[in-house]
Design a binder for this molecule. Structure first.
Ligand SMILES: *Cc1c(COP(=O)(O)O)cnc(C)c1O
Length: 236
């Protein structure tokens, strides 16, 4: 199976999940997670229509995507892995969105570094809902505090939430993880209503990976991060 074949299959599955839950395909962005895969694979995915890519390490993203977007309008690169403070400068220079804002100290650092960009940096706040991954804000109170900090940084634009569901075969656990994010979105919408016509909002829900993206779409995901189902297994 080629990368293009894999993408075609994923597309069909996304469309089926949308149809099953009364949603439109255009509501969902497919981010191809290219970590540990070479630029040649990224180019194949681009040829097959994928426009957004995700990397979980800053340095890998910097090296792999050097020059990639300059000649490809519409291409986007998202950081989806936890960010170390000393990589924040490189991150704001390289990524179009940081999805993995997972603690207060990184908000300060990103806000400071993003001020040097020509455009503010879109970010998502990561909510910890699974047992496996340790990263992310643990609940609403933590999220509320984080939002206050983000809103105080003019160089950051919050656009929504991100989560990783537990890595389990139990569908109920996965669903409840996604539902926590949807509920948090509602609470945030109420407590921090975005200004009409403003450039920040709560609209993006980054949920769903290779093993659970259909469930995520049924639960309201607007962005799925798909790695192995597109690019194949990762070899370290
Ligand atoms: C690796 C990774 C993905 C993609 O995982 P697959 O199971 O290969 O689709 C998605 N999100 C994050 C945060 C990741 O680190």
């Amino acid at each position: 199976m080629s990368i293009a074949d894999n993408i075609e299959k994923i597309e069909e599955r996304i469309q089926r999940a949308c149809a099953a839950s009364g949603r439109k395909r255009e509501e969902i962005t497919l981010v191809g997670v290219s970590k540990f895969h070479p630029i040649e694979s990224v180019l194949e995915a681009w040829q097959a229509g994928v426009r957004s890519f995700g990397e979980n390490r800053v340095q890998e993203g910097v090296e792999k995507f050097a020059g990639f977007r300059e000649s490809r309008p519409g291409a986007e690169l998202h950081l989806i892995g936890s960010l170390q403070r000393n990589k924040a400068k490189a991150a704001v220079e390289t990524f179009d969105c940081v999805q993995s804002v997972d603690r207060e100290s990184i908000i300060f650092e990103l806000g400071k570094r993003a001020a040097a960009r020509s455009m503010p940096l879109p970010v998502l706040l990561e909510l910890h809902t699974g047992e496996e991954s340790k990263s992310g804000f643990s609940g609403l109170e933590e999220l509320f505090r984080a939002v206050e900090l983000v809103l105080a940084c003019p160089a950051l634009l919050v656009r929504g939430l991100m989560t990783m569901a537990p890595n389990t075969g139990e569908e109920g656990l996965i669903r409840s993880s996604f539902r926590r994010v949807v509920n948090a979105q509602k609470e945030l919408q109420r407590r921090f209503p975005p200004p009409p016509g403003g450039d920040w909002n709560w609209s993006c829900l980054s949920m769903g990976m290779s093993g659970d993206f259909e469930i995520a779409i049924e639960e309201g995901s607007t962005l799925t991060r798909i790695g192995s189902a597109i690019f194949g297994e990762r070899f370290l």
